[in-house]
Design a protein around this ligand. Sequence first.
Ligand code: ADP
Length: 796
Amino acid sequence: MTTNEQTIPGFLTGGGELGELIRGKDWSATPLGPVDTWPQSLRTCVRIILTSSQPMFVWWGPDLINLYNDAYKAIVGGKHPDALGQPARQVWAEIWDESGPRAETALRKNIGTYDEALLLIMERNGYPEETYYTFSYSPVPGDDGQPQGIICANSDDTERITGDRQMRTLREISNRTMEAKTEAETYERTLAALEQNPQDFPFAAIYRFENECTVAHLAGKTSTELTAGMMPTQLRLSEQLPDVWGLADMCREHTHIIKTDLPAVFGPLPAGSFWKRSPDKVLIMPVQQAGQKLPFAALVVGLSPFRQADERYIGFFKLVADQVASSLVNVRTFEEERKRTEALLELDRAKTTFFSNISHEFRTPLTLMLGPLEELLNDPQQLLPEQHRANIASTHRNALRLLRLVNTLLDFSRIESDRLQAVFAPVDLSQFTTDLAGSFRAAVEHAGMEYEVRCAPLPQAAYVDKQMWEKIVLNLLSNAFKYTLRGRISVSLEADGAQAVLKVADTGIGIPEAELPRMFERFHRIQNANGRTHEGTGIGLSLVKELVSFHQGVIDVNSKEGEGSVFTVRLPLGRAHLPDSHIAETAASDYESILPDMYLQEVLSLTGTERAEPVEEKQQGTPAHILVVDDNVDMRDYISRLLQKGYRVTVAANGEQALELIAKETPDLVLSDIMMPVMDGIELLHKIKGNPATAALPVILLSARAGEEARIEGYDIGADDYVVKPFSARELQARIKAQIKIAATRRETEQHLRNLFSHTPFPVAIFRGPELYIELANDKMLDFWNRTHEKYVIKS
Ligand code: ADP
């Protein structure tokens, strides 16, 4: 029966395609009967759905006869238009387990239902499809007031749900692989991320390629059901084996492929933790960077049986593969960067080691050269012909200069390898600076310039490393001298608040403004500077800067070309800014540094002035006995010759020999090298200090290991003093003299005390050491103990 315009009831007008179909359908052949017999409530429902643009349907009567609108067509998909007028149970057979009970609730119990984004596997397009719907079944009363049907509004959430899930996976991969440091980690973390999405990745695996895609290694898989038989750990793609997983094909074709034959080869593939059904298609997706010829790897994915592998879906997997590829590129860049940095560090370490080795190696021969030269120059009998004397003086100056360069290089290599350790001790900086500056007076005045040294007393102690401060002052002073031809040089030190401020000013050639910012850069020199010399390494000022920073201080320069320069060093006073571990409460026992001499000699050589070396003092009375311990014959001979003038010298080649000699006759002082075969200087020192009979014997250690690290070591183990090679004859003699004097004074004081105690009318005893060895007990004490002198020999 067809309905013409005139007979169309109002509720059936409009409604697009479905309006047309409903109007044209012969309803008398269905359980609903002819349209004019439909109850009012059904008519109202049909009116509602036909006018709605939301997907809606009405199920009416005991058979739930299905009527729907245009918007709902997309939901029924391939079942349209047959679904019109069919019982709902028939239309939705595949999801009736979900829909049936809900319809029942609405119809029988008169209770509406509501579901949000419910997963429904619909077969609306000829294949089972993962869909998500939000819908409500509302019971509709018939004319008798009892529920006669259901009206339902739907919204399709499939896109939103699956889209969100895919975004999550992409985000997860990116988060997890961000921190990956190796390729293996990238693969592992990617697969862990894929495992979180079993809907889109029922199973996944990654094969990475090697040798231009001729070998594939399994980098990981999400399922243990993918046995080694199915997925071997290594596949040789070049060989003429069946390319079961299509890896060779994929490499060749430069694009993804979809394998459909795998269930036939292996039987059901792993379904993963979400779906109950095995994948029948497997996607092989290249993991590769845009423009790259060969892929890094292949991503193997068991595809969901409930999604069509259409272009959009494949696009998602391509995004996944791209993300893995970009993580791999990052890892490779990182790895290359790391290797490069490591190689550079290694090179740097080797360079520093070489520097410090070679510098050490220079020091011993230099010491051996300087010593005899000094001896010749200081010969009190003046036996040298004048001509030779001048030559030797010049050789001596140059050897000193060489030594200063070697020392500076060594300082640098120590700073670079973090081995230069400062030892800060309270120092009368004013006095110390005055003394240092004093060594330049003669040279400056001899060159016809004025010299002013003004060092005001400071309100509190300055904690400085004496050797470093020496280098700071001497470097600045020798620069001032080198670059000033007339006028004046002045050195001043004063307090400014909580800082000590050192200024070294000159009226010399000055520094071009453009150069000022670069003055403290390493190896920076000013081209064509007119000073007393063109020689130089450009290392002096940068060393000064490093040394100043060790003290948490700053250095600055002010200069005007042609007028002069002022170098200003500011150091915080006190010790609060310095690490406790680097503070020594007292400065190392006074030593006569070789440094001022070295700098001065160099400066003097520029003016052609000769050195004026003081004649050595002679020792008086019976000469003290010194035991020299060194395995180097040259060094041993040299030191012996040096000391023979004032002392009685015996020698030993190592610690053991030294101990034997000491047992026979205790010397007044031991001067020992550190590095020796059989028994080294440290062990010798321990043996001497550990034996009560020799504990008071002064020991000076001698070593080529310059720097504070060795100095601290020397004091820590209880050496009385520590002399670093190279040393000047004067320095060594001064130190030996000081130690012998200290020992003598100590002995005198002790003797004095002993005498005092022996004659006191009270019992007195002195115990020493952890064993409480009785060192002294006077007569009264012995009486008290009821013992005699024979029983307790008093050491004297
Ligand atoms: P060196 O003196 O070994 O070349 P420095 O680092 O001590 O190295 O000095 C770098 C450069 O700074 C020198 O070459 C010189 O041109 C310039 N300079 C340093 N001190 C002064 C100064 N007091 N007056 C003028 N120029 C100076």
